[in-house]
Design a binder for this molecule. Structure first.
Ligand code: HEM
Length: 537
C-alpha cells in the first residue's frame, strides 16, 4: 500500500517538473531557472532568519503558570507586597505573571529598578489606569493616572511652579502653623483619653492642603465653611481601598461592562461626593471673580491654587490647555495623594516609637535640646536630625506605597535579560528592596541610627531607599509631605507623652492597598509633657 502511494507521489512530481520545464524559448527557460534557484534559497533564508531571531529574542521573565482565562488571579491572595516578595525568592529578582489577559511583571532589585526608572524611564513612563482609577481621576485627566504626554508635563509644571515651589510653600507657612497649633490644642482638650492617631493627623493634613488649594474661599482662618467635611476621611479610605483592590473588569475586558464586583459603581458614588465639594468651590470662585470684574472692591490677598488654575484656564495664549474637568482632576490628585499618605506615616512613626522605648527617649531628648520650653516652629525642623532618621527608618520598614504606582511601557524592551512586551504592567517592589538582607543589616529591626550615617534624601537617586519613587514619575509632593510629617510629629511628641491603652491589643501588621496602612488603627493616650500650659493654646 505505502510503496504504491509513494510511487503515485513520484509520478505526480515528475509530471509537475516536466510541466514546469516545458517552455518554448530561451527567455522563459532562463526565468524558470532563476525561479527554481531563488524560491528555495529565499525560503531557506527566511527559515534561518526566523530560527535565529527566535533564539535571540530574550524570553519573558520566569513566573508561575496560571489557569486558562483567569491566569494567576485566583492564587494572589490579599497582601500583594508580601506575596510578590515571596515569589521573588522563588523566581528571582524579576518575574512575570498573567492576570486575566494581561501580563504583569514585578521588579524586585535595585539594579532592575534602576533600569526601569533611569535607563528606560521614557519608555516606561506611561500608566495603565485601572477602571476605578479612571473613574476617580475624571478619565485620567489629572497627573497620577495620565500617560506621559504634553498634558501630564503641563500639569507637573503647574504643580512644581505654582503649588510646591519654595516661594509658595513659604507663603503658606501660616496655614501649616495654624492647623498644627489647632491640632495641639485639640489633643490638649482630650488629655487622658483614647485618641485615634490617624484620624487627628488626617484632619490636620486635609485642612492644610485645602487651605493651600482654596484657602481664599474659607471665610477666615479657622472657619470651616469650605472645609471638605468630616465624612471625607471615610470617603477617601473607600477610594484608596477601591484603587488597591483587584477588579475582574481590569483583567477580563470582555466582562468589564457588567462591573461584576460593583467596584466601578462604588467608585462613581465616591466621585459624586467629592465632585459636589469641588463644584461648589469652583462655582463660588467663578461668581466671586465675576463680581470683582464688575468693580466690587478687591481685597489684597495672595492667590490660592484654585484661583491660579482658573486664571490659567482663561489665558488665551494656548500654552496650557485647562478646563473645569482638568482642574477638578488635579485637585482630586492632590487631595488624595497628600492626605492619606501623610496620616498613615504619622501613625506608623508613633507606633514604632511606642514599640521602641529607647527610640522614644532619644526623640524626646532631641526635642528638649532643640526646642526647649517653646512652641515647635518650622524653623526648628531641620535641626531634628534624630526624628528625621526615625521617619526615614519608618518609611523603610512600613513603605506606604510599597509597589509605587505601576509603569506601562509604550514599546517592547529588555530588563535584566528578559523581554517586557509593550503594554505590560510593571510593578516596582520597593517594599522588598527596603527589607532586602543583602542591602540592609538586620532589615527587620527598627534602627533609625542607620539613617544618621551618610546622607539620605527622598529624591530617588539612592536606589536602596525609594519611598517616593524615582525617575520622571517621582512624587512631586516631597517638599510638602516631608515638612508636614516633621511638623506634626515634632509637635505631637514635644507637647505630649503618649502611652498605649492597657485594654487594647498592640501590633504592627499592615494591610495592602495602593497606600498600605496599619491593619489595626493606633489608639494612644496623651498626657501633658510641658509644664507651661500656655504652650498648648
Ligand atoms: C508622605 C507623603 C507622601 C508619600 C509617601 C508619597 C508617595 C508617592 C509615591 C510613591 C508616588 C508614585 C511615584 C512613582 O510612581 O514612582 C507618588 C506620586 C505622586 N504624588 Fe506623592 N506622596 C506623598 C505626598 C504627596 C503630596 C503632599 C503631594 C501633593 C501635594 C503628592 C502628589 C503626588 C502626585 C501628583 C503624584 C503622581 C506623580 C506622577 O504620576 O507624575 N504626594 N507619591
Amino acid at each position: 500500500m505505502i510503496p504504491e502511494i509513494g510511487y503515485k507521489i513520484f509520478l505526480t512530481m515528475n509530471t509537475l517538473l516536466l510541466w514546469w520545464w516545458e517552455v518554448d524559448n530561451e527567455l522563459d527557460k532562463l526565468a524558470c531557472t532563476v525561479l527554481t534557484i531563488s524560491v528555495p534559497t529565499l525560503l531557506l533564508l527566511w527559515y534561518k532568519w526566523i530560527t535565529y531571531s527566535r533564539k535571540h529574542i530574550p524570553p519573558f521573565p520566569p513566573g508561575p503558570y496560571g489557569l486558562p482565562v483567569v491566569g494567576y488571579l485566583p492564587f494572589l491572595g490579599s497582601n500583594l507586597h508580601e506575596r510578590f516578595t515571596e515569589m521573588a525568592h522563588r523566581y528571582g529578582p524579576i518575574f512575570s505573571l498573567r492576570l486575566g489577559r494581561k501580563l504583569h511583571v514585578v521588579v524586585n532589585s535595585i539594579d532592575l529598578v534602576k533600569v526601569v526608572t533611569r535607563d528606560l524611564d521614557q519608555t516606561m513612563a506611561n500608566r495603565s489606569p485601572p477602571l476605578t482609577a479612571l473613574t476617580i481621576s475624571y478619565g485620567g485627566n489629572g497627573v497620577v493616572w495620565s500617560n506621559s504626554n504634553t498634558h501630564w508635563r503641563n500639569m507637573r509644571k503647574i504643580l512644581a511652579t505654582q503649588l510646591l515651589s519654595n516661594t509658595n510653600l513659604k507663603d503658606c507657612q501660616g496655614f501649616r502653623t495654624y492647623e498644627v497649633r489647632r491640632l495641639v490644642k485639640e489633643v490638649y482638650s482630650k488629655l487622658g483619653t483614647k485618641i485615634n492617631i490617624n484620624e487627628i493627623a488626617f484632619k490636620t493634613e486635609v485642612d492644610v492642603v485645602t487651605s493651600i488649594l482654596w484657602g481664599c474661599s474659607k471665610s477666615g482662618e479657622g472657619n470651616d465653611s469650605s472645609s471638605i467635611g468630616g465624612g471625607f476621611r471615610e470617603v477617601e479610605f473607600k477610594i484608596v481601598k477601591l484603587l488597591g483592590a483587584p477588579n475582574i473588569s481590569d483583567f477580563l475586558p470582555v466582562v468589564s461592562r457588567f462591573d461584576l464586583q460593583g467596584r466601578q459603581r462604588e467608585m462613581q458614588r465616591q466621585l459624586e461626593y467629592v465632585d459636589r465639594i469641588f463644584q461648589s468651590i469652583i462655582q463660588g470662585r467663578i461668581e466671586t471673580n465675576s463680581r470683582k470684574n464688575e468693580g466690587e472692591a478687591e481685597e489684597d490677598r495672595r492667590k490660592d491654587f484654585v484661583q491660579i488654575l482658573l486664571e490659567l484656564m482663561e489665558q488665551k495664549d494656548g500654552s496650557i490647555s485647562l478646563d473645569i474637568i482638568k482642574i477638578k482632576a488635579l485637585l482630586m490628585d492632590i487631595v488624595l495623594a497628600a492626605t492619606d499618605t501623610t496620616s498613615t506615616m504619622v501613625e506608623w512613626v508613633i507606633s514604632e516609637i511606642l514599640n521602641n522605648p529607647g527610640v522614644m527617649r532619644k526623640v524626646q531628648d532631641e526635642l528638649t535640646d532643640v526646642i526647649g520650653m517653646n512652641v515647635v516652629q518650622e524653623s526648628h525642623l531641620p535641626k531634628l536630625t534624630y526624628l528625621d532618621a526615625v521617619i526615614k527608618e519608618t518609611f523603610r520598614v512600613h513603605t506606604p506605597v510599597p509597589l509605587l504606582v505601576h509603569r506601562y511601557p509604550d514599546e517592547s524592551c529588555t530588563v535584566g535579560g528578559y523581554t517586557i512586551p509593550k503594554g505590560t504592567i510593571v510593578y516596582m517592589n520597593v517594599w522588598a528592596i527596603h527589607r532586602d538582607p543583602k542591602i540592609w543589616t538586620n532589615p527587620l529591626e527598627f534602627m533609625p541610627e542607620r539613617f544618621l550615617i551618610d546622607k539620605w534624601d527622598y529624591n530617588g537617586n539612592n536606589f536602596k531607599f525609594l519611598p517616593f519613587g524615582s525617575g520622571r514619575r517621582i512624587c512631586p509632593g516631597i517638599p510638602l509631605g516631608e515638612k508636614m510629617l516633621m511638623y506634626i510629629l515634632a509637635s505631637l511628641l514635644h507637647s505630649f507623652d503618649w502611652r498605649l491603652p492597657e485594654d487594647e491589643e498592640f501590633e504592627l501588621s499592615d494591610e495592602f492597598g495602593i497606600v498600605t496602612k496599619k491593619r489595626k488603627p493606633l489608639i494612644a493616650i496623651p498626657s501633658q509633657r510641658q509644664s507651661d500650659a500656655s504652650l498648648y493654646f
